[in-house]
Design a binder for this molecule. Structure first.
Ligand SMILES: NC(=O)c1ccc[n+]([C@@H]2O[C@H](COP(=O)([O-])OP(=O)(O)OC[C@H]3O[C@@H](n4cnc5c(N)ncnc54)[C@H](OP(=O)(O)O)[C@@H]3O)[C@@H](O)[C@H]2O)c1
Length: 278
């Protein structure tokens, strides 16, 4: 174990919402050397989630949200975007650095809910995070989180503006998109083209080529793509676009547009929830 972890192990790390992504983050943290007594995790109470966490040897890390927010120095939020407002009360007196991974929830909204000590992060899918091939982006930048990502084996991709998180979100779907296209010459041409407008996608293409899983057969590959493409989500938008015959660069643009649409939908639904509450 390296000195960085020794240092980090004097503080607790929290994960609120230990579902698919949260569990992968927990695995990466523990796999990287974080002592389980310094990891606090929570979920909403689904028995299946509990069973999965227990099977991973993480049941002893479970705690109520209030405890996670009060004892952890850094809290990663891996709940679905619509569940973010429900965390407000349990985080009221928290002094933790809060990092939200909820796609599309803007920093402005997060600050309204959690105060100033909050930032946005985005990670690649759970499989790459859990096996040390993941990428991450954050906005704004934060040194403690950079260190945490590095120790988790995540490759930090630098972004300049909050909107880049939307591009990043579409870019990490490239693993699924490349499995669908399977034409290196077409891919290269498409990435050169779209890279002029979104240089971030060029960087993520290099990562995605490396992170591509190998499959025993076509069925396993199709199952993997289907698992990544949640209906109505960003990967789904990209894959559907490819299936309809769009070239890769257009499909990726559709993915970015879908991320922006989702952000807007979330903004509107959070605003509607707020006005109902007042
Ligand atoms: N999956 C991905 O590929 C990916 C990649 C990048 C970012 N993200 C982002 O990560 C977030 C989670 O995605 P996911 O796929 O991991 O979703 P998920 O599997 O549904 O996990 C969400 C978890 O949040 C828990 N939860 C809900 N409300 C809670 C509350 N009030 N307190 C504590 N825990 C609560 C749920 O608990 P129960 O299980 O008990 O209901 C569930 O385990 C999303 O915002 C998504 O935008 C996901």
């Amino acid at each position: 174990m390296n000195n960085e972890w020794e240092l980090l192990n004097t503080d607790k790390i929290g994960i609120v919402g230990c579902g698919h992504l949260g569990e992968a983050v927990a695995k990466a943290l523990v796999g990287g050397g974080l002592k389980k007594e310094n990891l606090l995790i929570s979920h909403r109470g689904n028995p299946q989630t509990y069973q999965k966490l227990e099977a991973q040897g993480l049941a002893s890390c479970l705690a109520k949200n209030e405890r996670v927010f009060s004892e952890a120095k850094i809290v990663l939020l891996t709940v679905k975007p619509q569940d973010i407002p429900s965390l407000k009360e349990s985080a009221l007196s928290s002094r933790a650095l809060i990092a939200s991974c909820a796609a599309g929830v803007p920093l402005e909204t997060l600050e309204e809910i959690f105060g100033e000590n909050v930032l946005r992060i985005m990670l690649s899918g759970p499989d790459t995070v859990a096996d040390g091939r993941g990428v991450a982006a954050m906005y704004p930048e934060n040194e403690a989180l950079k260190r945490l990502f590095c120790l988790m084996g995540l490759n930090l991709i630098k972004i300049r503006a909050e909107h880049d998180l939307d591009v990043f979100t579409a870019g990490v779907c490239l693993t699924a998109a490349l499995l669908k296209t399977e034409s290196p010459s077409e891919e290269g041409r498409a990435i050169e083209k779209i890279g002029l407008e979104y240089p971030l996608l060029k960087q993520l293409y290099v990562w995605a080529k490396d992170a591509l899983p190998e499959f025993e057969n076509k069925t396993a590959k199709e199952e993997y793509i289907a698992k990544m493409a949640t209906k109505g989500g960003v990967t789904d938008a990209i894959i559907t676009s490819l299936e309809r015959g769009a070239p890769l660069e257009e499909a990726l643009k559709r993915g970015i547009a879908r991320t922006e649409e989702i952000s807007l939908e979330i903004k509107n639904s959070l605003a509607a929830g707020k006005s109902r509450a007042t």
